[in-house]
Design a protein around this ligand. Structure first.
Ligand code: NAD
Ligand code: 3PG
Length: 528
């Protein structure tokens, strides 16, 4: 597997991936045309905000399986296109939160006390004590727009500075705001009441130009604005005009609509304006954090495990993930085996969960069943992102059933796969952390789903098992386990052989031709 790290991420994460045996190519800066030219060779791509992962890049990335954004914002990635192509997009939602929060506080103080310009002029030998008189934060009203991770961190720190904190976030409850010590206000109130306004939300259709000449003119004269979120939330030209008009006394901006900013940017050279080149996440600690986060995510995905930080999959909380994680492998293998035994076009898949596991969302486990069932039969690599839509495309109805009552197992996962002709039912359970198939069509077995399994329904009469054993022996195939159980149909048994080697087609044909064997199916989990 080959991984391209395009925007100079910390070596800590790269080390994790190299230790895993992956080839990782690290580029500090990669021009767009070069990225397009080489992306076809790579299975995974790591970016920060500088690289644009456009539709063309995704088209050219024929082998791409995952994109890791070593940071929060994924606005430089065409996530919709990645999803359509089954490419997982992951980020590091919390890796740079503290860095961005502290940078915002730094920007607020730097702007309020004219620190950058005072430093610059003092370095030149000037001594301007009167010119750079600032304002205090204490007692001022801070309006925070966007009360997520960073917004909440700003609220906490601003309170330590004895600011009066008000906030606007249509997706945050009154209780949550109260817990942050923030009084929820309308956007109009934020505009009218704040001495300082800081924005902390993604750039969306709703937030683009949220602050513009209309509401900048309604702000208190001498207001100070901070944008360490995304360029374009505050209209740059309107902000520059408001600074020139004396409405806005200060602006501290880390992010721009176009990065690097053009030489004629309207905010350049204006008094009271402090600019940094998208440095919010640029701390040693944050870069290590985000690099490790994406490396862990890429490693998990390339090993076929689900990733909690995927942005184009249903989100899963850590608490839920801890409960369901041990079941992923089993769910996938049950899906694979049930699909193989069902033979023919699948009409419905039912995943039934019994026991403690019913307390949490099992949606991702049902996706694992679909992934296991579809992967061996489709050319497209099936993953946690595209498995539900591929099932839908194929007209498969997917049902999830939950049943708190348990009989013999504390947790049981039942997978029923139906075709027009039959329904195959498999059950699996966890023993410690090890998954086992415990029933096949209602018959008790104890099968390790990591081995090659040969399933042969046959007539309950002497000699058949011996004949199958001889065929295997003659072909040099070792049988490391065998279980035989009666089936519902009178006089019919099911034989499950665990074999150490692959069974060639001619050997399978011999097994199938044994008198009394009416079907032989080799389940090969290597196809997963
Ligand atoms: N400057 C940097 O280097 C840097 C570093 C990290 C994050 N960021 C950016 O900061 C922003 C916030 O990051 P976060 O980790 O706090 O994100 P988050 O997802 O934790 O929080 C975003 C908040 O914005 C709110 N929101 C969404 N739409 C809104 C709207 N129309 N009005 C008001 N609130 C709205 C959401 O409800 C949420 O609470 C993101 O854009 C991120 O990309 C920048
Ligand atoms: O969204 C983010 O995480 C920040 O904007 C940081 O971007 P960067 O990784 O390019 O510094």
């Amino acid at each position: 597997m080959k991984i391209l790290a395009a925007d100079g991420v910390s070596p800590k994460g790269i080390e994790i991936l190299r230790n895993e045996g992956y080839e990782v190519v690290v580029k500090d800066k990669l021009p767009a045309d070069e990225l397009l030219a080489i992306i076809g060779e790579y299975d995974a791509l790591i970016v920060r905000s500088a690289s644009k992962v456009t539709k063309e890049v995704l088209e050219a990335g024929k082998n791409l399986k995952i994109i890791g954004r070593a940071g929060v914002g994924v606005d430089n990635i065409d996530v919709a296109e990645a999803t359509a192509r089954g490419i997982v997009v992951i980020n590091s939602p919390g890796g740079n939160t503290i860095a961005a929060t502290e940078h915002t506080m730094g920007m607020m103080l730097a702007m309020a006390r004219h620190i950058p310009i005072a430093n610059e002029t003092t370095q030149k030998g000037e001594w301007n004590r009167k010119k750079y008189v600032g304002v205090e934060l204490r007692g001022k009203t801070l309006g925070i727009v966007g009360l997520g991770r960073i917004g909440a961190g700003i609220a906490k720190r601003a309170q330590a500075f004895e600011m009066d904190v008000i906030g606007y976030d249509p997706y945050v409850t009154e209780d949550r705001a109260k817990a942050m010590g923030v009084r929820l206000a309308s956007l109009d109130d934020i505009v009218a009441e704040s001495d300082f306004i800081t924005v902390h939300m993604p750039l969306t259709a709703e937030t683009r130009n949220m602050f513009n000449k209309d509401n900048l003119h309604k702000m208190k004269k001498g207001v100070r604005l901070i944008n360490c979120a995304r360029g374009g939330i505050i209209n740059e030209q309107d902000l520059a005009d408001a600074v020139k008009e004396g409405i806005v006394a200060g602006a501290a901006i880390d992010v721009f609509t176009s990065e690097p900013m053009p030489a004629d940017h309207p905010l350049l050279g204006l008094p009271g304006v402090v600019l940094t080149p998208h440095l919010g996440a640029s701390t040693v600690e944050a870069q290590i954090g985000v690099s490790i986060d994406v490396a862990e995510g890429i490693r998990a995905h390339l090993k076929g495990e689900p990733v909690m930080t995927a942005v184009n999959m249903a989100p899963v909380s850590l608490q839920v993930m801890n409960v369901i994680k041990p079941y992923f492998d089993l769910a996938e293998r049950l899906g694979c085996m049930a699909g193989a035994l069902a033979e023919g076009p699948v009409k419905t898949v039912e995943a039934e969960y019994t026991g403690e596991i019913t307390d949490v969302s099992t949606k991702l486990l049902t996706t694992a069943v679909l992934k296991g069932m579809l992967n061996p039969i489709l050319e497209t690599a099936v993953n946690y992102v595209n498995a539900p839509s591929l099932a839908k495309e194929r007209g498969i109805t997917v049902r999830e059933v939950k049943n708190k009552e348990t009989a013999n197992f504390s947790n049981l996962l039942t997978v029923r796969v139906s075709t027009e002709k039959k329904t195959v039912t498999l059950q699996g359970a966890l023993f410690g952390t090890e998954g086992r198939i415990v029933t096949i069509d209602g018959y008790r077995v104890d099968v390790d789903p990591h081995k090659r399994i040969l399933v042969c329904p046959h007539t309950n009469c002497p000699g058949i098992i011996g004949k199958v054993g001889s065929i295997m022996g003659d072909a040099g195939i070792n049988i490391s386990g065998m279980q035989v159980s009666k089936t519902e149909q009178e006089g019919t048994n099911i034989m499950v052989l665990i074999v150490d080697n692959d069974i060639p087609d001619d050997v399978m044909a011999k097994v199938k031709s044994v008198d009394g064997i009416f079907g032989a199916k080799l389940i090969n989990f290597d196809l997963l």
